[in-house]
Design a protein around this ligand. Structure first.
Ligand code: ARG
Length: 584
């Protein structure tokens, strides 16, 4: 059993093709897809046309042979009407109503909506969020956090063994200058916990950077401080730890608000592995010296004079950099964590960095064939003016105030809609709606494009928004309350009679496919689109089909459809990191 009907079909058609035309064709693309147009049925297999040339047979004959072999599996006859051939050998499949009804009943009784886990779970690492110590987490990190969490949730749901890693920037030259600066202006910060707030830390960091850029002497001392730190000198080490803890506490507030689980394993973790990267690269013969720095010359990357670009792995002063750390981390993740799929979520600006790191690791033979490394890039967050997201004062927007504003706006809205409600209720709704809206707005965009951050749009009750989805869920609970229905004890006897019911039912069956698609291609907006269409189809169904007023058998069937829709919305939204409300 696979994770969805579509993936089952791909296997069945592959087998049918191999049986019909011999083992040589076992790896032929079965070209199976959901039908774009309902008049051609629900699924199509478009492999025949591609095979005609090789086989020198008419596409219709090829299709007929595929069908004959496809139908030898008895289970197929329970699921589909007799396949038909259209045009140039396109095989059309239509689901049997009896199958849809019985599968829906299974979905209703299962907390996984009858979606199987993968047969072969993988060890997956999702590297996401990864803010930098002593700097504030900004909207870019928000995107990484939200997208990474959703991808991790989906892979976990599929049964994979997922390690969520926070690759925080907790090492490097910035600490030398920060420590040097604090020794001068605020020595307490280097010995006492809690002496500075993160906001101040960010300010202090800016001031330190300014000094560093302007003052040669300061620069010298800062460099010496980095060396001290790297050598484990106790006062520098303590100072570094305090700074990290301070930032960490601040980051944690955001993670708590957003309900994000992460294992912190910052850049500093890989310190002791960095020199081996250099030694081993030297052994592969890839390492070269260039103006005192050690580097690997890249294939396919060149400067404006057409010369190959180097990836520097050790600077001329002996220091290591971001790329060295990522090479060490990659090796550690393969060797020690035994990961077979490693996913990195960062802004699109780092695409070059990851392509280069992957290239060097591949050429050094550090990535076995069984391991897949993927960079998942995302675009910028833009203000409504279409420019890079900034506050009025021109600063980048701090994440915390952003989330607070979303909650506050949702709160204003509930005050108007439901002034009588309890304080507790209002706050709960405001948080679920506000935070859900921020997450959904991010996830529902194709992640590679820039997206415009608009509170008004993301909080709107209409459109592809979290509130619209949450509202569809609440509607079902409202029907349950009104009819005093206990959904849990509803005995699913589903009978589909009208078009809106069938359209909704078929869409419910495709949930598993939407999840598969995100797990494979890592575009969470695919799941958002699915849920949006589900809400729309559900609302159309409610408009056209009375539920509580229907006669008994019809009523039970329709209530079941409502219940399965709600369960699908709840599970689907939970895979996006969004919680539902019983009332709003
Ligand atoms: N700290 C980096 C930044 O803020 C992101 C780290 C991403 N992960 C990695 N393995 N390089 O841009």
């Amino acid at each position: 059993m696979t994770t969805s009907l579509l993936s089952d079909l791909k296997i069945h058609f592959s087998q049918a093709i191999a049986e019909a035309f011999g083992a040589d064709y076992a790896n032929h693309d079965p070209a199976v897809a959901p039908s774009k147009d309902a008049k051609f049925g629900d699924y199509q297999c478009n492999a025949a046309l591609g095979l005609t040339k090789k086989l020198k047979q008419k596409p219709q004959d090829v299709a007929a042979k595929i069908i004959a072999n496809f139908l030898t599996d008895d289970s197929i006859n329970d699921i589909f009407e007799t396949p038909t051939i259209a045009g140039a050998g396109f095989i059309n499949l239509k689901l049997k109503l009896s199958y849809i009804e019985s599968h829906l009943a299974k979905m209703q009784k299962s907390d996984r909506l009858a979606i199987a886990k993968v047969d072969q779970p993988e060890r997956v690492i999702v590297d996401f969020s990864s803010p930098n110590i002593a700097k504030e987490m900004h909207v870019g990190h928000l995107r990484s956090t939200i997208i990474g969490d959703s991808i991790a949730r989906i892979l976990e749901f599929q049964g994979h063994d997922v390690l969520r890693l926070n690759h925080v920037g907790d090492w490097g030259t910035q600490f030398g200058m920060l420590i040097t600066y604090l020794r001068e202006v605020y020595p307490d910060a280097l010995t006492k916990a809690d002496a500075i707030a993160i906001g101040d830390l960010v300010e202090l960091y800016r001031a330190a950077k300014k000094r560093f850029d302007e003052d040669e002497n300061f620069k010298e001392i800062s460099r010496a401080a980095v060396v001290e730190l790297q050598a484990g000198e106790p006062t520098a080490k303590l100072a570094w730890q305090l700074l990290c803890e301070q930032s960490r506490r601040e980051f944690q507030k955001i993670y708590d608000a957003l309900n994000i689980q992460l294992t912190e394993r910052g850049e500093s973790f890989y310190n002791s592995y960095l020199s081996n990267v250099i030694t081993d690269l030297r052994e592969t013969g890839l390492l070269q010296e260039d103006q005192g720095a050690l580097c690997v010359f890249l294939e396919g990357f060149s400067n404006k004079d057409g010369q190959p670009l180097p990836l520097i792995v050790q600077k001329s002063d002996g220091g290591y950099n971001y790329a060295t750390t990522d090479l060490a981390a990659l090796r550690y993740r393969i060797r020690e964590d035994k990961a077979t799929r490693i996913i990195y979520i960062t802004d699109i600006g780092q695409s070059g960095h990851f392509a280069q790191v992957f290239q060097v690791a591949t050429r050094a033979n550090w990535i076995p064939e069984t391991v897949q490394t993927t960079h998942v890039p995302f675009g910028l967050v833009m203000g409504e003016d279409g420019k890079k997201f900034k506050t009025r004062s021109g600063d980048t927007v701090a994440l915390k105030s952003l989330l607070e504003e979303a909650i506050a706006r949702a709160r204003t809205d509930i005050e108007i809609r439901n002034p009588e409600a309890t304080e507790e209720f209002k706050q709960d709704v405001a948080e679920a709606v506000g935070l859900g809206a921020v997450k959904y707005a991010d996830l529902s965009q194709n992640r590679t494009s820039n997206y415009i951050f608009s509170f008004d749009k993301m909080l709107a009750l209409q459109g592809n928004t979290a509130p619209y989805m949450l509202y569809a869920y609440v509607r079902v609970q409202g029907i349950g309350r009104k009819g005093e229905i206990d959904f849990a004890s509803l005995d699913a006897a589903i009978k589909l009679t009208t078009d809106p019911e069938i359209i909704l039912a078929k869409h419910l069956l495709q949930f598993a496919e939407a999840i598969d698609a995100v797990a494979e291609e890592l575009y969470p907006n695919r799941l958002c689109q699915y849920l949006f269409e589900l809400s729309q189809k559900f609302n159309q169904f409610l408009e056209q089909c009375p539920v509580l007023q229907a006669v008994e058998a019809e009523k039970i069937s329709r209530l079941s459809l409502c219940d399965i829709t709600a369960k699908t919305l709840k599970l689907g939204l939970s895979l996006l990191g969004i919680r539902v409300l019983e009332r709003m």
